[in-house]
Design a protein around this ligand. Structure first.
Ligand SMILES: *Cc1c(COP(=O)(O)O)cnc(C)c1O
Length: 456
């Protein structure tokens, strides 16, 4: 086939990677997770009330490659390997000499990359004898993925869904219930944290940090119950590396290597998954790839936050970790990209940004959804509002190539589809989106833990 007509690169079932890549093996001086009471590094014993042994091991592992269990590979193969698409339609629409590729992670039933971590997390809990999982969900993608995975392995699943999404996205709720999950609007009356919060803020619409506190509280209080997190932590990022490892094999097949690698960032998991295998090459001096994280200007943790030890949740039950953060009390506006409304960031993504291995940009929802609509018309997939941030960045890079005449290879991760997010596109077309950017955040006003000796 003529190279200029190639539309996608496929891998067979047999070619699917059988190990995840753990970037911790290739990075030195990663800050530890700290116990907020003692300020000592968190031990495996302290995490045992909420996570199964294998997940705790992975969270702190120094092993470079970790085997994907057969049972997990078996489910991965129902929707993986995913295709690497050449965005010929988008290239033509832009009139750019750049070659644009995207990895499409929205092709599974749940519509996003999150299933890549939900499956192993449910599996490791199952083999540890756990009967129930609790979790939080914002826009609903993570709750949907964990519901499907729990249903597969015969686990009960309690999902604390941020109240604003619970009311605005009834079909996400129905999706989770279809797979047998119990969906609770957060803040709720089911937990002490939720009751206390509601007493102070009876009209609260909730946010991810509150829902995390509720889900963790329930998991801590019952021995048959664990907690599962859909982003931010290292084991989640590692599970997602199946995306980038596949992409590397696909680029190898066509004898190409991307000059620019892009993904959107909320807590950092799809970015990690797509980019870390390319970061590895860059750290080893094998490539000079530019690697860009695209975030929401409503919640610009990297581009406007501070690099400091902070809490991961509003209730301050979780370990503290050094990351780019806007402070655990930061309340982003209700943008449609619900998955990008998290105050912090995965600690490794934070360190790579701090060390200038990767770059970051922030975009408003008007700009990103406009880019998403252009992408839909050019490529035939309506992207998730979160994913449109990566698309906007890829388009900007492709337009720079148009100016300079360079035929760079640009690759981005299309983390999910937007078929549950039609309100976002409806608002775009009616001109009702509004700009919800957080303007000029004052770094001195970011609320960090008030703990003696920390963040000096
Ligand atoms: C959850 C979600 C995100 C943001 O989460 P990350 O952990 O940063 O990847 C991005 N895109 C989609 C489609 C999501 O569902």
């Amino acid at each position: 086939m003529k190279e200029e007509l190639m539309r996608k690169v496929q891998l067979s079932d047999k070619e699917m990677p059988k190990q995840w890549y753990n970037i911790q093996a290739d990075l030195k001086d990663l800050p530890a997770y700290l116990n907020p009471q003692t300020l000592k590094p968190v031990t495996a014993d302290e995490l045992a009330p909420i996570f199964p042994p294998e997940i705790i091991k992975q969270e702190m592992s120094q092993e470079r490659f970790i085997d994907i269990p057969e049972e997990v590979q078996d489910i991965y193969r129902t929707y993986r390997p995913t295709n690497l698409h050449r965005a010929l339609g988008l290239e033509r629409a832009l009139g750019t000499p750049a070659k644009i590729f995207y990895k499409y992670e929205g092709g599974n039933a749940t519509g996003s990359h999150k299933l890549n971590s939900a499956v192993p997390q449910a599996y490791y809990n199952k083999i540890a004898g756990i009967k129930r999982l609790t979790t939080e969900t914002g826009a609903g993608q993570w709750g949907s993925a964990l519901s499907m995975a729990c249903n597969h392995f015969g686990l009960e699943c309690n999902v604390y869904m941020v109240k604003v999404s619970y009311n605005q996205k009834p079909f996400r709720r129905t999706f989770m219930q279809t797979f047998g999950s119990n969906v609770i609007a957060s803040p709720s009356n089911l937990t002490e944290f939720g009751r206390n919060y509601l007493a102070k803020h009876p009209d609260s619409n909730g946010n991810l940090g509150i829902a995390i506190s509720e889900a963790v509280e329930e998991a801590v209080s019952r021995s048959d119950t664990n907690y599962a997190l859909g982003s931010v932590l290292n084991h989640v990022s590692m599970h997602q590396t199946i995306i980038g490892l596949e992409a590397q094999k696909q680029f190898e097949k066509i004898d190409m290597y991307p000059d620019v690698v892009i993904a959107c960032v909320g807590g950092g998991s799809n970015f990690s998954g797509f980019a870390f295998p390319f970061v590895k090459d860059k750290l080893q001096g094998k490539a000079k790839t530019r690697i860009i994280a695209a975030e929401s200007s409503a919640c610009p943790s990297l581009t406007q936050g501070v690099y400091a030890y902070d809490y991961g949740d509003v209730g301050h039950m979780c370990p503290i970790t050094k990351m780019y953060t806007l402070g655990s009390e930061f309340m982003p506006s209700g943008v449609h990209a619900g998955g990008l409304r998290y105050h912090g960031m995965n600690p490794i993504v934070s360190k790579l940004y701090h060390d200038k291995v990767i770059e970051a940009v922030a975009y408003s929802q008007n700009d990103t959804l406009t880019a998403g609509r252009l992408f839909a018309q050019a490529e035939g997939i309506i992207p998730a509002p979160e994913s449109t941030h990566a698309i906007k960045c890829a388009i900007d890079e492709a337009l720079k190539c148009k100016e300079s005449g360079e035929a760079k290879t640009i690759a981005f991760n299309l983390s999910g589809n937007g078929y549950f997010d039609m309100y976002a596109y409806d608002a775009l077309m009616k001109g009702e989106l509004g700009d919800s950017s957080a303007e000029n955040i004052d770094k001195n006003k970011i609320v960090l833990p008030k703990i003696e000796g920390l963040n000096k």
